[in-house]
Design a protein around this ligand. Sequence first.
Ligand code: SF4
Ligand code: SF4
Length: 104
Amino acid sequence: MLEKMPLIVSCTGSDCAYNRDLTCNAMAVTMGADRQAVCDTFYRSDHQVAHPDSVSFVGACKMEGCRFNRNLECTAFSGVSLVGDNGRVRCHTYEARAAGAALG
Ligand code: SF4
Ligand code: SF4
């Protein structure tokens, strides 16, 4: 199951509870809060979780307009990077689907 989910290779959202040393420690995250390419699992906190060997995957994504999105899941299997941006954490791997392209 997990081998079919894209790995989160980095995240600079250092004010998120799941972030330690610029890596995500949630087992899986949901992307696409408010129909934007931002992390929906983001939880601002001064207390970071402690799972030193943890890896994290994209479990679901609502960004149907991204070319990597198939059936509301991410297929960017080379990995996904996220970048903290003015209080939100954006998917840096997002690429808009070509105009007229069918939804995955
Ligand atoms: S913002 Fe999202 S991807 Fe980044 S550490 Fe938090 S839960 Fe993980
Ligand atoms: S690459 Fe696209 S489909 Fe994958 S998480 Fe980012 S926005 Fe969603």
